[in-house]
Design a protein around this ligand. Structure first.
Ligand SMILES: NC(=O)c1ccc[n+]([C@@H]2O[C@H](COP(=O)([O-])OP(=O)(O)OC[C@H]3O[C@@H](n4cnc5c(N)ncnc54)[C@H](O)[C@@H]3O)[C@@H](O)[C@H]2O)c1
Length: 312
């Protein structure tokens, strides 16, 4: 049994990581400022003596005693990270400095939830970890993309300079129950619009592609990464390589919801990447990991979650 801290643990992915690590028999300290996360996401643990919830903003230092740290704190969807872009950069950069400082003092293993956004709008497809990316440093998405890139820099400098035991994964689009209903991400958008019988908003022509990983597969990848030998730092891409156009996704959602919503087309947002697909060769080799849940099964679970949420 380990004492494990999860920053951003009351968020979408973080709460599933709490589920998994508690099930594996660990003690969990969930740290969150509830900017996009919610107590409801973790309220099913409130009677569990192995679970502790702390309201804290990671841009401020934190002194606790734990064996491992998963650093997930950061709003992940454009509507939320662009709401207060300065705070977004602070969360990634000051948050990383504070958590790395804590890990250094504790000699604890520390995990960083980085992102495929470090590749920007890529010229290489699919993206291997060796690709350095094509990121606009001054656009509306930069607070997130550059914040996460700087956090990676800090993780690798703490590793080289202080011999810190770091693990970095780059997460590609992940979906599942407990996504925020108003976060503007394509899966939750389409499902909520379809359930409410509203028009489905497609940006651009709908021919741009994304790959979608179900949250249980993602969490399995996290746990495997954290269990790798000391010295293996990553970065490792985690995501589902199955590629779908936005039109294909919309059709699947309409079919699963049984909705008659119409598709409406809107202009593409600034710096929206046209294609994003992970090269997961490294994850397969080092973690023996591949996603297991297909899009249809994952969408069914997610539709069920949103149907219940909207009816309460
Ligand atoms: N879901 C995805 O598709 C995806 C893709 C790439 C990377 N990621 C990364 O994974 C992590 C989790 O993402 P998610 O989808 O669960 O998003 P989320 O917004 O649901 O979770 C982020 C959590 O961090 C908390 N948080 C934000 N700022 C904080 C701060 N200053 N101090 C403490 N807590 C703070 C939020 O309240 C929330 O609970 C993020 O770091 C995100 O960048 C997610």
């Amino acid at each position: 049994m380990q004492r494990i801290m999860i920053t951003g643990g009351a968020g979408f992915v973080g709460s599933h990581l709490c589920d998994r690590l508690l099930k594996d028999g660990h003690d969990i300290l969930c740290v969150d400022n509830f900017f996009t996360g919610s107590k409801v996401n973790v309220s099913h643990f409130f009677n569990n003596s192995h679970f502790e919830l702390m309201r804290h903003d990671v841009t401020f230092p934190l002194y606790v005693e734990v064996d491992q740290i998963y650093n997930l704190a950061c709003p992940a969807s454009p509507v939320h990270y662009q709401y207060d872009p300065v705070q977004t950069t602070k969360t990634s950069v000051h948050g990383a400095i504070n958590m790395l400082g804590l890990a250094k003092r504790l000699k604890a293993r520390i995990f960083q939830a980085s992102t495929s956004e470090v590749y920007g709008d890529p010229e290489v497809h699919p993206q291997p970890e060796s690709y350095w990316g094509r990121v606009n440093p001054i656009g509306p998405r930069s607070c997130y993309d550059e914040g996460k890139r700087c956090a990676e820099t800090l993780f690798f400098d703490y590793h080289r300079q202080h011999n810190l035991d770091v693990k970095v994964v780059r997460i590609f689009n992940t979906y599942g129950p407990r996504m925020h209903p108003n976060d503007g991400r394509v899966v939750s958008n389409f499902i909520v619009q379809a359930l409410k019988g509203e028009d489905i908003t497609i940006y651009g022509t709908g021919q741009q592609t994304r790959s979608f990983c179900y949250v249980d597969d993602m969490v399995e990848g996290f746990v495997r990464m954290m269990a790798t030998e000391r010295g293996f730092t990553g970065p490792v891409n985690l995501g589902n390589p199955g590629e779908f156009t936005m039109l294909e996704l919309a059709e699947k959602v309409l079919m699963l919801v049984g909705s008659k919503s119409k598709l409406v087309f809107m202009p593409l947002p600034v710096d929206d990447p046209k294609q994003r697909q992970p090269d997961i060769t490294l994850a397969k080799a080092k973690l023996d990991w591949t996603p297991k849940v297909n899009l249809e099964d994952g969408l069914k679970e997610t539709v069920h979650y949103f149907r219940t949420l909207l009816s309460t």
